[in-house]
Design a protein around this ligand. Structure first.
Ligand code: KIV
Length: 291
């Protein structure tokens, strides 16, 4: 990790490259204070998931300011069907790898299902592991009003928390994968959830699969940044799951995903070319041999 050089108090300039959170190499890690200042400037910023050191290093070099070691690792990296089976041990290993692969991005790690629902003390024990063992700068947990007390204790204990409301995939067995916040009552509940996690001290709030107008209203209402996924263009930040964004995920991807590359095709094509070279005896050539 590069050395921290504290930004002068009151400055609105984040580390490194200039005037924005996005871009460039910094001399220290981005902090939650930098994130708060970006909201004051009205600056939008990108977040990507990462589950391993090499991928994380690519995104760090590309200037992505915040990386989420999401429990989407369950479906996108570990081969589970949902995020529900992911364990704290698995999150600790993946998070430590992402921290080792980066020097600038703020690394946020998900608290997996079952590691904080019992109450604030369990949440603190779990989050402390990710901060101490893996070295992450913040944790994320799902739930609005129902997670208020957990967030409060973590923040009081010095652990920055990103909240996650709207569709919360850890509750798939109870709520399925459906748009949240549709209709007056559900919209009012989402607003209450957003205010509750802000009051508890969350430094940012993920809004997943929420109508765009409602996400924009939440963003105007809160003084902490909102991070949208399937929540329209009105949020302060946007997050995508990296394997979706780069076209590595097999099968159907959600409508809200924009694919910026087709890594599945590139990797599959390269693997076939290698196999054909080996079978046909055209690899290795003399230049690949040692004598
Ligand atoms: O686990 C994850 O990747 C997430 C994002 C979808 C926000 O929670």
């Amino acid at each position: 990790m590069t050395q921290l050089s504290a930004a002068p108090t009151g400055t609105s300039v984040p580390p490194g490259s200039g005037k924005t959170l996005y871009g460039g190499k910094g001399t220290r890690r981005i902090t939650v204070r930098d994130i708060a200042l970006a909201k004051e400037r009205g600056e939008k910023w990108p977040m990507l998931t990462a589950y391993d050191a090499m991928t994380a290093s690519v995104f760090d070099e590309a200037g992505i300011p915040v990386m989420l070691v999401g429990d989407s690792a369950g479906n996108c990296h570990l081969g589970y069907e949902t995020t529900v089976p992911v364990t704290l041990d698995e999150m600790a290993v993946l998070s430590a790898a992402v921290v080792r692969g980066t020097s600038r991005a703020l690394i946020v790690a998900d608290l997996p299902f079952g590691s904080y629902q019992e109450g604030p003390v369990q949440a603190l024990r779990s989050a402390t592991r990710l901060v101490k063992e893996a070295g992450v700068g913040a944790v994320k947990l799902e739930g609005g009003e129902r997670s208020h007390r957990q967030i409060e204790l973590l923040v009081e204990s010095g652990i920055p928390v990103m909240a996650h409301i709207g569709l919360t995939p850890q509750s798939v067995n109870a709520m399925g994968y459906r748009v949240q916040g549709r209709g007056e009552e559900a919209a009012q509940q989402l607003l209450r959830d957003a205010k509750s996690v802000q009051d508890a001290g969350a430094f940012a709030v993920v809004l997943e699969l929420v109508p765009a107008e409602l996400a924009a209203e939440v963003t105007r209402t809160l003084h902490v940044p909102t991070v949208g996924i399937g929540a329209g263009a009105g949020t302060d930040a946007q997050v995508l799951v990296w394997t979706d964004m780069l076209g590595l995920t097999g099968g159907r991807v959600p409508k809200f995903v924009k694919q910026y590359a087709n890594l599945r095709e590139v990797m599959g094509g390269a693997a076939k070319a290698f196999a054909e070279d080996v079978v046909g005896g055209t690899f290795p050539q003399e230049e690949h041999s040692v004598h």
